[in-house]
Design a binder for this molecule. Structure first.
Ligand code: DGL
Length: 268
């Protein structure tokens, strides 16, 4: 298998999301694979994906992948639950490179719950997807799952004014707390940026779970098994078709990045 990808080692890992949310995944991947170059596409112009029909989500996903491949990505992290759950199967059958996706961490939450109740906060598009329904089906008998669509949260994170999300988070999370959940899954890559606010709303014995580390471990596994590790100094190039100052502000928070990040506005 690795022969197919021979000579691609020093090329970047590609990432895309409907905006800056996937930077929460980028951070986990960069921490685990600091020698890898990366290219990140923030498709902010088309956010939120989660309130769009599946055909649109697929269309945006293909457009982003085509651009990442033009920039010679050697593998692609779909840093968006909505794009993963609605489009990753089509992407995998269309392109001959590895894709790593992200789905709400239903399984770890279902395994660790003591109260037998978990909450999942994700987009409408993720909840409606076949992939999510199939994954969560396995746990529905044994665990009560409270699903809440985080309508409006992606737009607030994209605006950069995170504190504005507090009233919506209270509205979405308080019923989960009252129902007795002990695990809350953040099933959208924009939501980890809201973790400090979430923690100030829910009691501290409730675990807040996201999938960043799981995606990073999977990416490392793919790099190792396809023999794709880079041996040149890493470069990080981020592109947005939204507001450059928002991307720059979020990129500046990625402390500990393995090398400087270049943020650029691009129409795509
Ligand atoms: N970050 C995307 C996700 O993980 C947000 C989707 C959206 O744009 O609605 O689902």
């Amino acid at each position: 298998m690795s022969r197919v990808f021979f000579g691609m080692n020093n090329r970047p890992i590609g990432f895309f999301d409907s905006g800056i949310g996937g930077l929460s995944i980028w951070k986990a991947v960069n921490a685990m694979l600091p020698n890898e170059s990366t290219i990140y596409l923030a498709d902010s112009k088309n956010a939120p994906y989660g309130e769009k029909p599946i055909e649109k989500i697929k269309h945006f996903s293909f457009k982003n992948v085509d651009l990442l491949l033009k920039h010679e990505a050697k593998l692609i992290v779909v840093a968006c639950n909505t794009a993963t759950t609605n489009a990753i199967e089509d992407l995998r059958s269309h392109y001959n490179i590895p894709f790593i996706g992200i789905e709400p961490a239903t399984k770890p939450a279902a395994i660790s719950t003591v109260t037998g109740k978990i909450g999942i906060l994700a987009t409408q598009g993720t909840f409606a997807s076949e992939l999510f329904l199939n994954t969560s089906k396995a746990f529905r008998g044994s665990v009560e799952i409270i699903e809440t669509a985080g309508t409006g949260l992606v737009q607030i994170v994209e605006s950069g004014s995170l504190e504005d999300a507090r009233p919506l988070l209270e509205k979405y999370l308080n019923p989960m707390v009252e129902a007795g959940v002990d695990n809350i899954v953040l099933g959208c890559t924009h939501y980890p940026f809201l973790t400090p606010i979430i923690k100030s709303i829910v009691p501290n014995n409730i675990a807040i779970i996201d999938s960043g580390d799981a995606v990073a471990r999977r990416t490392r596994h793919i790099i190792e098994s396809y023999d794709l590790a880079s041996i040149t100094p890493p470069e990080h190039n981020f592109y947005t078709n939204g507001k450059l100052e928002v991307l720059k502000a979020f990129a500046a928070q990625l402390k500990g990045s393995s090398s400087p990040i270049t943020s650029t506005a691009l129409d795509f």
